[in-house]
Design a protein around this ligand. Structure first.
Ligand SMILES: Nc1ncnc2c1ncn2[C@@H]1O[C@H](COP(=O)(O)OP(=O)(O)OP(=O)(O)O)[C@@H](O)[C@H]1O
Length: 361
């Protein structure tokens, strides 16, 4: 293939992390456009493809029957030429703590445009830093994607944490004919705060209850009559062999918004601190009455770009991840995102989607 046949994507743009690659390859599969991604993860301390990105890339190669050049660890340049999107059962074993949810982040939009239902088994980390925790994918991403007419079923077979991974999940995806335009505009009022605080391995159950109680106390300090129900769980040994701890809090509003805030324990786990950090973040979202949280922002961009009709989200200040996702989506789909800071201080992001139809159904 000639150099001119590829759309060139600059992996060093703005955030310059793995997300440029994920979004570019997902869109390449869905639109049937060959892409060359250069300077991959140029803004990270160890640039190039890490395990997560390489496994995700090879998975998309299999899903879209693509030709690939440059799919080796630490590679900083990849050429990807997709064919048709199959839909099948796929297995990915990263043999590391590579984020399972980020591999799903890359594959999910593609499998929605497949010709038949798919099942995707991935082994790696279910709860790792700088990635959505698996609970966030179930409890925050899923209800947000319902606005686009998208559903999936996610089952955690085993939890896995940094450094050894060994978690495993199963994702079932039904294809769609098209994505509906998503509207995230009306916060309404806060109805419920829910969530889960977990610990595993040799960590005592009190870590989970410390997270739970600190988080609930903070919500009740501010809103004494607020319904707030956070579950404290110690994972059974057969579900999680290593040490790990974290919390996800979610806010549900009368306007149909679901916002999430998650923290994860590292070497020294302080349950109170984790609970306090998660609740502070969630409280900030609730106070600002935004409809989409800071991490969901960038994850919705690809769906807004592909939907039929005008999608809109009211959110907080745009993150670099979101600006980067917008740039990649505009480059590959030709749609335009409009960003406006409103007098309330909220940021309104709108986009007339491409109206991509599933060519495989
Ligand atoms: N606490 C969190 N909750 C939910 N989503 C998160 C959280 N932290 C990060 N994310 C999401 O994970 C993704 C991380 O993308 P990013 O490119 O930084 O990571 P990456 O692929 O691991 O690459 P790199 O190693 O280059 O940072 C983004 O979609 C971001 O919104």
């Amino acid at each position: 293939m000639d150099a001119k046949d590829f759309v060139e994507i600059d992996g060093s743009y703005l955030e310059g992390g793995g997300q440029v690659l994920r979004n570019a390859l997902s869109l390449s599969c869905i639109l049937g456009k060959p892409v060359r991604v250069v300077k991959i993860r140029a803004n990270r301390p160890k640039p190039g493809l890490s395990h997560q990105h390489l496994h995700g890339l090879n998975l998309l190669r299999d899903i879209a029957n693509a030709d690939v050049v440059g799919n080796t660890l630490l590679s900083t340049e990849v050429e990807f030429t997709p064919r048709s999107i199959g839909g099948d059962t796929y297995h990915v074993d990263t043999q590391t703590a590579a984020s399972i949810t980020l591999i799903y982040q890359m594959a999910l939009p593609v499998l929605l445009f497949a010709g038949r239902p798919s099942r995707l088994y991935v082994s790696g980390g279910t709860n790792v830093a700088f990635a959505p925790q698996v609970e966030y994918m179930e409890q925050v991403l899923l209800p947000n994607l319902k606005h686009f007419g998208v559903g999936f079923d996610l089952q955690v077979q085993q939890y896995g944490f940094y450094p050894s991974g060994k978690g495993s999940c199963q994702l079932d995806v039904q294809p769609v004919e098209k994505l509906l335009a998503g509207q995230f505009l009306d916060f309404g009022h806060l109805q419920l705060v829910s969530g889960v605080a977990f610990c595993a391995g040799r960590l005592p159950r009190t870590i989970a209850t410390d997270m739970q109680q600190t988080a609930q106390r903070e919500i009740h300090r501010l809103w004494p009559h607020q319904m707030c129900s956070i579950e404290a769980v110690k994972h059974l040994p057969e579900k999680a062999r290593q040490n790990g701890a974290g919390i996800l809090m979610t806010a549900h509003t009368s306007g149909g918004c679901v916002l999430g805030s998650a923290t994860l324990g590292e070497k020294r786990v302080d349950g109170r601190l984790l609970g306090s950090d998660a609740s502070c973040q969630l409280v900030e979202y609730i106070r600002k009455e935004i409809c989409v949280d800071a991490h969901m922002q960038d994850q919705l961009i690809i769906y807004m770009a592909l939907a039929v009709g005008r999608s809109s989200m009211r959110t907080g200040p745009l993150t670099n991840h979101t600006r980067t996702a917008i740039h990649v989506a505009e480059q590959l789909t030709g749609v335009q995102f409009d960003v406006e800071v409103e007098s309330s201080g909220q940021t309104l992001v709108t986009c007339e989607g491409l109206g991509q139809l599933n060519r495989m159904l």
